[in-house]
Design a binder for this molecule. Structure first.
Ligand code: HPA
Length: 269
């Protein structure tokens, strides 16, 4: 896949717009895209190398514009391994946006709460992750221009960026949790036995995204911040069945709060 071709197409359409911050919208942040003052809205299928989102509630548009005085690139619709994509395809857009100049990335997702002190609707600032997807987007020949062969993941979730996010939450009176996000491939939800095992491993929340993007983002030198919206308690915790509708409903109910937090972070970073 050729990053330069994608960059050229985006440059042509946007008149050379250079984003500073990338925002990846998960199911927890529906509607956030409308906050951006758009310069260009580009459907993924117009950009060579971008795959089209097939996941429910994911639109598949790249919105370039301004928000809180910053130049942002908002991925309205993310790509997942469970859609049958290669991880290289999942991380292609964020690599292209890095080449266009972006230095920070803010990712959001919906997840199931494993930590029983969490409640549905909580926002968790991700401080570390466990990769349970059995894959890594960096497998294959390393592109040395993009980043190192063996990137360090000790501070994957940038500590200063996290401090800033915590201060922003405090300013807005939003009580946020901190924790470890574990990523499975999906698309089936986990079993109760898996959730018990993941709790022993140290996970606080579980989902089907974010980890491949964070690995690739660290590799190519982004400062990374990630929020997880706890849309449901993970399998077996309440005895209720898990449904996509509950995930979507919590996402809708809490998207304004998460959106205001992301905006506050953008304003202050
Ligand atoms: N498991 C995996 N992914 C999810 C969940 C969950 O419980 N909730 C939202 N996304």
């Amino acid at each position: 896949m050729d990053y330069n071709v994608a960059c050229d197409v985006i440059n042509d359409i946007s008149g050379g717009f250079a984003p500073e911050i990338v925002i990846v919208l998960g199911s927890g942040l529906a509607g956030f895209a409308e906050k951006v003052e758009p310069v260009s809205v580009i459907h993924y299928d117009l950009i060579p190398g971008f795959s089209v989102s097939t996941a429910p509630y994911h639109n598949g548009r790249l919105i370039l514009g301004t928000l809180e005085g910053k130049r942002v690139a908002c991925m309205d619709g993310r790509l997942h391994l469970y859609e049958g994509l290669e991880l290289e395809q999942v991380v292609f857009p964020l690599r292209v946006l890095r080449k266009l100049g972006a230095e920070r990335i803010i990712l959001t997702n919906a997840s199931g709460g494993i930590n029983t002190s969490f409640s549905v609707g909580d926002i968790m600032l991700i401080n570390d992750h466990i990769n349970f997807q059995g894959r890594n987007p960096l497998i294959g020949k390393n592109d040395d221009e993009m980043g190192p062969r063996f990137p360090d993941m000790t501070y994957a979730y940038d500590p200063e960026f996290r401090i800033l996010a915590s201060k922003c939450a405090e300013n807005l009176g939003i009580d946020i949790k901190n924790g470890v996000y574990l990523s499975c491939t999906g698309p089936s939800y986990e079993t109760p036995a898996e959730i018990r095992a993941f709790r022993i491993l140290g996970a606080d929340a579980v989902g089907m995204s974010t980890v491949p993007e964070v690995i690739a983002a660290v590799h190519c030198g982004y400062k990374v911040l990630a929020f997880s919206l706890i849309t449901n308690m993970a399998a077996g915790i309440t005895g209720n069945r898990l449904t996509m509708e509950e995930v979507a409903e919590t996402g809708k109910r809490r998207s304004l709060v998460l959106g205001s937090l992301v905006s506050e972070v953008i304003k202050n970073c």
